[in-house]
Design a binder for this molecule. Structure first.
Ligand code: HEM
Length: 588
């Protein structure tokens, strides 16, 4: 019994010793794990801090050197760079004004007039150090330089694009070298003229739904915002054109893909405060961005898989569709590469890259085009003389039966090339309200030269062509703040004739906008279908009646630009629409 007891006691002792030992061991293990994790975290933070400090040092000493050389720049702080200058300029602007006004204002304040043709600006860590170009004479040198014209400042652009395209922001906008060339060639065939013309019936079908929605608004006569309708329209067009997806935003409410992209843009851009970079660091916002990214990928991957199957079926039946979507075009190129069989699955690397590029095309394809459509409506109906000429051109080209216009475009899409006045109106709207900018990476052997011989070295700096400043530069545009489509129709002897490269909406050179021909076709068709039937009345004065804002810093423009992906008119264009009752002259 005693022996039993002592053995039991021994076992218990042993068990409790084992358990204590195990506990101690697991505590030790946990402690070691925590130590290792803490060490790892510390190493990551330290490495990041060192990288950050060394980049800060590089940017600030580069700018100091340029300052000492007497290069034009605003007041400079060795620690803050130009961040404080940017903050002061932003505080002088109305709420939410696009960062393009901040940069333009900094330039204008520099000499109290129109500002220098180029200046240096260092807002690290918000962005890379830049030469801000405000004169086309200088911008043309960057976009025609053999290496700079092809080179983007990849790191900072990728950070900007990451929430939009995923894959760390690697897409056509941000790629360089062979990687860019390969992907550029993959998608370029979509944008050839005959494929774009073949896509027009898809565009027109969506425009007719949009026209129906406008008719409903006209019936109600209430104040509404045009921008959400234009965004839905363009989402539906681009869903079909990018990956053959019927999103149905216009007919069945917001599609999850469109909703998620809009939510993502909402998180990325705080429309009320462009200087809100602290908010970008919020971990909850980061988590939401990650989750939206996951949802976008899920939808797009499902669509890719569907199209791969449809593509194989079509090939097996020797079918040829009227037009190739961007996705179909990429599959066509992928499967035509030597050694690849139609039954092969897409390799993982291609799938990941395709998904990111399609997300980028989805965004690039709808956002700035919707903004352009809204801007056109705002400006055209503000200028009755422009509206009258536009309608006269549409009567002449499409005939006096307004209802026949969509069928005429469908039957002969190239008719859209015979609308010089409409094109001039679109170009003038894009001059005054450019949705984007151009950017390249400078290098040692590009020293830009001003008209007066001033030199602007570009090594270590991005070269940013400020479209807003260039498009309103009084040295190259007569009556720059006026909406005068004639500028694009007069000959070189006329005072309104624009200088070479002064209109840069889609930029120039090898990295210009891939989608520009498509944009112009879409917006021309949009105007052709709505201009004669409707009248818009802007309601900015009504909506902002109680607002006591000094708009002098935004060229006294009540519909100033705000940041939301590309630049958009603020407030989404509050307006009323009515049926115009317009009857073409000879049909009266
Ligand atoms: C009004 C509408 C648009 C405007 C104002 C616009 C403007 C621009 C600008 C300025 C660039 C060049 C950026 C730079 O030089 O750094 C660009 C590039 C690009 N755009 Fe557009 N864009 C528009 C619509 C579109 C559409 C509809 C698509 C495609 C469906 C598109 C696809 C692209 C692509 C892929 C690039 C990158 C080109 C490259 O670097 O290879 N854009 N866009």
């Amino acid at each position: 019994m005693e022996a039993e007891c002592s053995s039991h006691f021994g076992q218990t002792l042993q068990a409790s010793w084992v358990s204590a030992h195990l506990q101690r061991n697991s505590m030790d293990f946990l402690r070691q794990l925590l130590n290792a994790f803490g060490g790892f975290l510390l190493a990551v933070v330290a490495t990041r801090a060192v990288a950050f400090m060394s980049e800060l040092w590089r940017c600030r000493s580069l700018m100091k050197k340029l300052k000492d050389l007497g290069k034009p720049m605003p007041e400079y702080s060795t620690f803050f760079g130009h961040l404080l200058t940017a903050k002061t300029a932003a505080d002088e602007l109305p709420p939410g004004a696009h960062s393009t006004y901040i940069l333009d204002r900094i330039g204008r304040k520099l000499d109290g007039g129109n500002g220098p043709p180029a200046l240096y600006f260092d807002s690290f860590p918000v962005s890379v150090p830049m030469v801000l170009v405000r004169d086309p004479y200088i911008a043309n040198q960057a976009t025609s330089h053999p290496s700079v014209s092809a080179e983007k400042p990849a790191a900072s652009l990728r950070e900007w694009f990451a929430p939009i395209s995923g894959k760390g922001g690697v897409n056509l906008f941000t790629q360089n070298g062979q990687e860019w060339k390969h992907d550029h060639n993959l998608f370029l065939p979509f944008f050839n003229n005959s494929n774009l013309d073949a896509a027009m019936p898809v565009v027109v079908e969506q425009l007719l739904i949009f026209r129906g929605l406008l008719r409903k608004e006209a019936g109600k006569g209430d104040l509404f915002h045009l921008e959400p309708l234009a965004l839905s329209l363009m989402n539906d067009i681009i869903g079909l054109v990018v990956f053959n997806a019927e999103l149905g935003n216009q007919t069945s409410g917001s599609h999850p893909l469109s909703k998620t992209m809009l939510r993502q843009l909402g998180l990325k851009f705080n429309a009320n405060n462009v200087m809100d970079n602290i908010g970008q660091l919020n971990p909850l916002r980061k988590l939401s961005i990650w989750n939206n990214s996951r949802i976008l990928n899920q939808h797009i991957r499902t669509q890719i898989t569907k199209r791969v199957n449809a593509f194989r079926d079509a090939k097996a039946r020797h079918e040829q569709s009227a037009f190739n979507s961007i996705l179909d075009q990429a599959l066509e190129t992928y499967y035509s590469q030597s050694g690849r069989k139609l039954s092969d699955p897409l390799d993982k690397e291609f799938m990941d890259s395709l998904c990111a590029q399609l997300r980028m095309f989805f965004f690039a394809g709808y956002d700035s085009t919707a903004s352009t459509m809204v801007t056109c409506c705002y400006l055209i109906w503000k200028h009755p003389e422009v509206l009258a000429k536009l309608r006269a051109e549409h009567d002449e080209v499409f005939g006096r039966n307004i209802a026949a216009c969509p069928d005429i475009i469908n039957e002969n899409p190239s008719i859209l090339n015979s609308l010089p006045y409409t094109l001039a109106v679109i170009k003038e709207a894009l001059r005054l309200f450019p949705p984007a900018n151009g950017i390249r990476m400078g290098c040692k052997d590009l020293v830009l030269k001003g008209r007066d011989g001033t030199e602007y070295p570009t090594e270590g700096c991005a070269v940013q062509m400020s479209h807003f400043s260039i498009h309103r530069n009084p040295q190259c545009w007569r009556r720059p703040l006026e909406f005068l489509p004639e500028r694009f129709l007069v000959g070189p002897d006329h005072e309104l004739y624009p200088e070479k490269g002064a209109w840069r909406t889609f930029e120039y050179g090898i990295r210009n906008c891939t989608g520009q021909a498509f944009v112009l076709k879409e917006v021309k068709a949009f105007l052709a279908i709505i201009c004669r039937e409707f009248d818009f009345q802007q309601c900015y004065d009504e909506v902002y009646a109680d607002e006591k804002l000094d708009l002098a810093t935004v060229d006294n423009e009540i519909a100033y630009l705000v940041e939301h992906g590309s630049a958009h008119l603020r407030g989404g264009f509050p307006c009323r629409v009515s049926l115009s009752g317009y009857v073409p002259e000879e049909a009266r």
